[in-house]
Design a protein around this ligand. Structure first.
Ligand code: NAD
Ligand code: 0WE
Length: 267
């Protein structure tokens, strides 16, 4: 029997079969969870419905992270088909593309910063607002979001998304303190770089993946399957003592202070 048997899970953030959210959904489904999915707009509806069929034919809802009404409607519709919710997964991040290039001081705008923080950070808190009532009286409920090292260290071009991820990681701690009263755990996975739609068109992403693999203790990149497995663990009863945690699934990259590149190590 899987370690998430009987858990009802809502997962927001599937856009393709490369999405981290897809890796999470697959792992949780494999471990026996019932899966509900959300999609960002009509454009993605058909695709997400197809993924839902593959994941046990659970319900599908629209969720626009930038709209309180949309988030509220998603959870109120969910409450009509499920009598409760055990897990809510937030795998959503966005900043206008022009913000993720070059000088943060020159290129960041008030509007771009506002959008990045709204979609990438505030929306996790907003989801908690509407998930909380559905989680009352459930066994070991929890929430999970996805972050990146750019929250705590500067990374070229990640720019205002780094500020938004710092805000998101702080939200994890404050939400854990608040929702802990209701027995709800709140955790975060900080994943290494993965080629997803959100990584497409980021200048030099290929090179970043290679440099990451060269420096990481495991000497390779991580996969959505590996993030999915860690997510399933964190949202299962196996992790009942864990909350407010930022768990790195990055092959150890975040712990390395210096590496010597083989090609520069001639002596
Ligand atoms: P992805 O493009 O597959 O997923 C991003 C999702 O965000 C998409 O499903 C998109 O529809 C959704 N989204 C964006 N704006 C939205 C809005 N307004 N309303 C609703 N949904 C919206 O890319 P991904 O890499 O799987 O990203 C998922 C999460 O993982 C993000 O938070 C990202 O920051 C984080 N992350 C990604 C990496 C990486 O290298 N790919 C590394 C660490 C963390
Ligand atoms: O969090 C992310 C993705 C962030 C992201 C990406 C895009 C591209 C398309 C947010 N908004 C947008 N908006 C778009 O229009 N990652 C961790 C992946 C990522 O993105 C980077 C990275 C890494 C790693 C951007 C610059 C540098 C490194």
């Amino acid at each position: 029997m899987g370690f998430m048997t009987g858990k009802r899970v809502l997962i927001a953030g599937i856009a393709s079969n490369r999405s981290i959210a897809y890796g999470i959904a697959k792992a949780m489904y494999r471990e026996g969870a019932e899966i509900a999915l959300t999609y960002q707009g009509e454009r993605l509806k058909g695709r997400v419905e197809k993924f839902a069929q593959e994941l046990g034919s659970g319900p599908v809802f629209e969720l626009d992270a930038g709209s309180d009404e949309s988030i509220q409607k998603c959870f109120s519709d969910l409450g009509k088909v499920w009598d409760g919710l055990d897990v809510a997964v937030h795998s959503i991040g966005f900043a206008p593309k022009e913000e993720l290039d070059g000088s943060i001081v020159e290129n960041t705008t008030r509007e771009g910063s506002s959008i990045a923080h709204d979609i990438s950070s505030y929306s996790f808190l907003a989801m908690a607002k509407y998930a909380r009532p559905l989680m009352q009286g459930r066994e070991n409920p929890s929430m999970l979001t996805l972050s990146y090292l750019g929250a705590v260290a500067s990374i070229p071009n990640y720019n205002v998304m780094g500020m938004a991820k710092a805000s998101l990681e702080s939200a994890v701690r404050f939400m854990a303190a608040d929702l802990g009263q209701d027995g709800i755990r709140v955790n975060c996975i900080s994943a290494g770089p993965i080629r997803t739609l959100a990584a497409m068109g980021i200048k030099g992403f290929r090179k970043m993946l290679d440099q990451f693999a060269a420096a990481a203790p495991l000497h390779r990149n991580v996969t959505i399957e590996e993030v999915g497995n860690a997510a399933a663990f964190l949202c299962s009863d196996l992790a009942s003592g864990i909350t407010a945690e930022i768990m790195y699934v990055d092959g150890g990259f975040n712990t390395v202070g210096m590496v010597i590149c083989p090609e520069d190590d001639a002596e």
